[in-house]
Design a protein around this ligand. Structure first.
Ligand SMILES: [Zn+2]
Length: 485
């Protein structure tokens, strides 16, 4: 009897393993030939110098509108007009505050337009880190095959790259069939009121975009284990954000006779509970589509796991959750950021508070997150107060013409590359434009390696010249194809 049971278990294990192995060997990318594009000859030196020059304008945006160095913005706008005369002549131009909207009229006005957006404002240098920069962040230095300075990646490369690409097409006598808009915001880093104004203007004119492409993630290499090919996460959605205040209440009094639990310890317990019970997250929908594609290119071990999510789903979810960036892609994150207790060392607080910032996965809403937190920590002693928030964006289709055009363009320029739908974990101006677009994508066609990440909003922001040029060429392909069909 025991022998029979043992044998049955063995057979079941053997069957499971066979299915798992079969699935692993079928979990491979399709063997398509790579599409090659025509040669696009960009004047690399001139383009790099133009990006370097654009970095010298200190177009820093601040939460306080009074602090904007508007003179720098004016100088930048004037310089762009002189540096890209063909671009400025071919377009109708509209300036809203210090944001710019360019319209390149297509020959077929029945077709819905497309829009490309970027922003020419940059974040300040973190005080005290100036000396850590290898090159002055606003000198626009080119050295070691890189263009250095604030905005090199975020997002002057986007703005200059788009003007370079369109100029190339204008000089080659290209005429768009579908109308194209280029929109460059002046305050993306502090909320994007410029992008909101432009969106509102277009809406009033009755414009509904076929699709839009704005800043987002980059072509990258070296972020995923075991893959040495370029990966292009084209973001099809953007996370939302909620701030909640957790307020723990107690009696207070003199610190010489504390009760067993003070407001501070009650608060601390609440925070630990929240850490132990994060918002649920797993590989499904958008995240599943992304990892499904990427994992086809991974070594055997990873393919074995990803091809058999029916068997290893639990292990995979907890593995993925242990890396902060990937964790942020699969769930709503919980980040306590500001704490407050007593105002004096010998006074027990009657209230201790923690502000928690949640970044919303599209599957959650500001309401569902607030309810989750109330369920986990809410009590007579702990109040959960909603301070404000923004829902995650809608999810655009990765089976749509815009997504395919961007993917093909990347392949033409980069050769072997893996385009996958991605989730934007930061905010961007696209959340405004997406209100008037059928589909919206958040992606920069420049490539980065993991070390480049610390430069964005941090120290030593820079872009490799080759990366910048490849991005311009990709824009050429996207604009040409996108406005022809
Ligand atoms: Zn940006």
């Amino acid at each position: 009897m025991l022998k029979k049971l043992f044998l049955s278990i063995l057979i079941i294990l053997f069957l499971l393993l066979s299915i798992a192995l079969y699935r692993t060997f079928s979990h491979t990318p399709p063997a398509n030939g790579i599409i090659t594009g025509e040669v696009i000859s960009i004047d690399e030196l001139r383009a790099s110098q133009n990006l370097a020059t654009s970095i010298r304008f200190k177009t820093i945006s601040y939460q306080d509108k009074e602090m904007f160095p508007y003179e720098e913005f004016n100088k930048f706008i004037k310089w762009a007009a002189i540096t890209y005369p063909e671009f400025h002549q071919a377009m109708q131009i509209e300036q809203l505050e210090h944001s710019l909207l360019f319209k390149w009229q297509g020959s077929d006005s029945m077709l819905a337009p497309i829009l490309f957006e970027g922003h020419h404002d940059v974040v300040p240098i973190i005080p005290g880190t100036e000396d850590l920069w290898e090159e002055d962040p606003f000198a626009g230095v080119i050295s070691n095959n890189r263009i250095w300075g604030r905005g090199a990646l975020d997002d002057k490369s986007g703005v200059i790259g788009l003007m370079e690409a369109a100029t190339y097409l204008i000089k080659s006598n290209f005429q768009p069939k579908r109308t194209i808009y280029f929109s460059f915001g002046h305050d993306e880093e502090v909320g994007g009121s410029g992008a909101a104004l432009i969106t509102e203007k277009l809406r009033q004119e009755g414009v509904q975009l076929y699709w839009s492409l704005g800043e987002g993630s980059f072509v990258n290499k070296g972020f995923f284990p075991g893959i040495d090919k370029f990966i292009a996460p084209i973001n099809v959605a953007e996370k939302g954000s909620v701030n909640l205040m957790i307020i723990a209440k107690a009696k207070g009094g003199h610190s010489s006779t504390p009760p067993k639990k003070t407001a501070v310890t009650i608060l601390a317990e609440a925070l630990v509970k929240l850490e132990k019970e994060p918002l649920p997250g797993s590989l499904e929908g958008l995240s599943a589509a992304m990892f499904n594609e990427v994992s086809k290119h991974m070594p055997f071990g990873y393919r074995f796991l990803f091809a058999n999510r029916w068997l290893f789903g639990g292990i995979l979810d907890s593995q993925l959750s242990s890396t902060p960036v990937i964790n942020a892609m699969i769930r709503t994150t919980t980040a306590p950021t500001m704490l407050n207790g007593s105002i004096k060392s010998n006074v027990l607080p009657i209230e201790a508070t923690a502000l928690i910032n949640f970044r919303l996965h599209p599957r959650d809403t500001t309401e569902s997150v607030t309810n989750h937190v109330r369920r986990v920590v809410g009590s007579n002693e702990v109040e959960v107060r909603f301070l404000g928030g923004r829902e995650a964006s809608e999810i655009s289709s990765w089976d749509s013409p815009g997504f395919k055009i961007v993917s093909f363009a990347l392949e033409k320029v980069y050769g072997e590359i893996i385009p996958v739908p991605g989730l934007m974990i930061a905010a961007s101006d696209t959340r405004h434009y997406s209100k008037i677009a059928d589909n919206s994508f958040r992606f920069n066609p420049f490539y980065i390696v993991p070390e480049d990440m610390t430069g964005i909003h941090g120290t030593n922001e820079s872009i490799e010249i080759n990366s910048f040029i490849s991005g311009i060429k990709t824009y050429v392909e996207i604009i040409r194809e996108g406005s022809s069909n």
